[in-house]
Design a protein. Structure first.
Length: 271
């Protein structure tokens, strides 16, 4: 299963590379991973910390810079990579490179490149993974939340937890929860909202209820934010696309049991 998942992810990247000079169809990309478009975007963002839209844009601009260095005209390059004018292309190019397309030969020491992702080069552990399907599950919690950058989850959440442990009402809870609520702008997410909660109210908390939903549940013997983040990334990359479900537009839930166990609940729907 895992070897096939890596192959499909790399097939997706290969498709993008072969179609940089075309209008890339997300439906075609989602068919490669055997998921819907919402799941496609969320999986890609989760395992790369870069949105699919942004990756494609940066790969197009990287390729465009090579064409410009080889002497192509700005207007020709703009049309080739799908921009409606040299002006709109120039704005996008400058946003990434820091200078305009016409000045590229003056700035060869400042060029930027978006590398081609190769999912074969990962640190994922490809041992067998146990999981369970939890149907009609409800969470009735009390939480406090904070908006955090998508690309800084482990560091920011660890700091947030340290702040929460100063709340004596909160630390008396036997089982605690972390809730990852995704940016509604899944096409280009910048932040997410992370909630910390328990089944009992505590100072500053508000109710957070999820009623009768279906989840995939995975467990990891760690409470470390980096371990949980890496493990969840691996699940998104190597497991979810091949279990026959789509991701539901609900938050992921981390349930902390005792001092070592974390249960990870990922919401799903049938295809």
């Amino acid at each position: 299963m895992f070897r096939g998942s890596i192959e499909k992810l790399n097939t997706l990247i290969e498709y993008i590379e072969n179609n940089l000079d075309k209008d890339i169809d997300y439906k075609s990309l989602s068919r490669i991973l055997c998921v819907n478009e919402y799941s496609l975007h969320r999986i890609f963002q989760f395992i790369t910390n870069l949105s699919l839209t942004e990756y494609i844009r940066k790969r197009k601009l990287t390729s465009a810079s090579i064409d410009l260095l080889n002497g192509s005209k700005v207007i020709d390059v703009a049309i080739k990579y799908g921009y409606d004018s040299a002006t709109s292309f120039g704005r996008a190019f400058k946003k990434m490179m820091g200078f305009s397309p016409k000045d590229i030969t003056k700035n060869t020491n400042k060029l930027k490149v978006c590398p081609i992702f190769d999912f074969s080069n990962t640190n994922y552990n490809f041992d067998e993974i146990n999981y369970s399907i939890k149907k009609n599950i409800s969470f009735n919690l009390y939480c406090v939340g904070k908006t955090i950058p998508f690309n800084d989850i482990p560091k920011t959440t660890s700091k947030f937890w340290n702040e929460m442990y100063e709340n004596k009402e909160f630390i008396s809870a036997d089982t605690t929860y972390g809730i990852v609520e995704y940016d509604k702008n899944i096409d280009n997410p910048k932040h997410l909202v992370y909630y910390i909660g328990s089944v009992s109210p505590f100072k500053g908390s508000q109710e957070y209820n999820i009623i009768n939903k279906t989840f995939l549940m995975f467990s990891i013997d760690s409470r470390e934010a980096t371990d949980i983040s890496n493990y969840t990334n691996m699940i998104y990359a190597c497991v979810i696309p091949y279990l026959g479900y789509n991701l539901d537009q609900l938050p992921d839930i981390e349930e902390y049991i005792g001092e070592t166990t974390t249960n990870i609940y990922i919401p799903i729907t049938k295809k």
